[in-house]
Ligand binder design. Structure first.
Ligand SMILES: [Zn+2]
Length: 229
């Protein structure tokens, strides 16, 4: 080989290495199934009040099997001893959001400062445990009379506030069975675009995990893309 081609060869070799690197990063950070989230018909499965040991992991098993991403709004006082579960949520490509440090309405809604301090305390735990900087927020209990002003405040502090427009009923209907949770998900999501479905993964919500495969099956059958924030 002539000597003058050596730099050219090196250049193409470097280009190949670079392309392979970009390719790997693209695959890791942008799972193929999220591309459908540019479409109109999409559903956001959002889980509040975790992590819990059994229910959260059961839900993660189902999401992993179904290759679906979801959003988990965390109560950081429940993280202690469940760091592994919190890390699993992040490692499997789901979004970690801020819900609250304490979930104590009286404390959280005492003032704007208290609300913000509660959000920041929760965000700090998520950041310290997982290294993820959470950027989405959900009001505990859906927010009070000052929700509009407090939404603006949270936005100023870098959070996107995510509400919901459909429920599975696991917080609204006492003792709801998996059948009831499935029916409620179907009924309340009708006509919503996109569907933002509220579910819970705290320790008492085994029925939610039980209903989840059917809920997923329903939205999949209706042609929805499953998306996370
Ligand atoms: Zn909650």
């Amino acid at each position: 080989m002539q000597k003058k081609y050596v730099p050219l060869l090196l250049f193409f070799a470097a280009l190949l290495v670079f392309a392979a690197h970009i390719g790997t990063r693209f695959v890791l950070s942008e799972p193929a199934f999220s591309l459908a989230c540019a479409e109109e018909k999409r559903v956001y499965l959002t889980f509040d009040d975790g992590p819990s040991t059994i229910v959260t992991n059961r839900i993660l098993d189902i999401l992993q099997k179904e290759k679906i991403r979801a959003t988990f709004f965390i109560v950081s006082d429940r993280v202690n001893g469940r760091e592994e579960t919190l890390n699993r949520i992040a490692a499997e490509g789901h979004t970690l959001g801020v819900h609250s440090a304490t979930h104590n309405y009286r404390e959280i809604y005492a003032s704007d400062e208290a609300l913000l301090a509660d959000a920041e305390a929760c965000a700090a735990v998520i950041r310290n445990v997982t290294g993820v900087m959470p950027r989405v927020y959900r009001f505990p209990g859906g927010g009070g009379k000052d929700a509009a002003r407090q939404t603006a405040l949270l936005q100023e502090n870098g959070y996107r506030v995510v509400r919901w427009n459909a429920v599975c009923g696991d917080a609204e209907i006492a003792g709801a069975t998996a059948d009831v949770l499935f029916d409620t998900s179907v009924q309340t999501s009708r006509g919503k675009q996109p569907v933002i479905l509220l579910l819970h993964d705290s320790a008492t919500h085994l029925a939610t995990a039980e209903a989840l495969p059917r809920i997923i099956g329903y939205f999949r059958g209706q042609g929805y893309a499953f998306c996370a924030y």
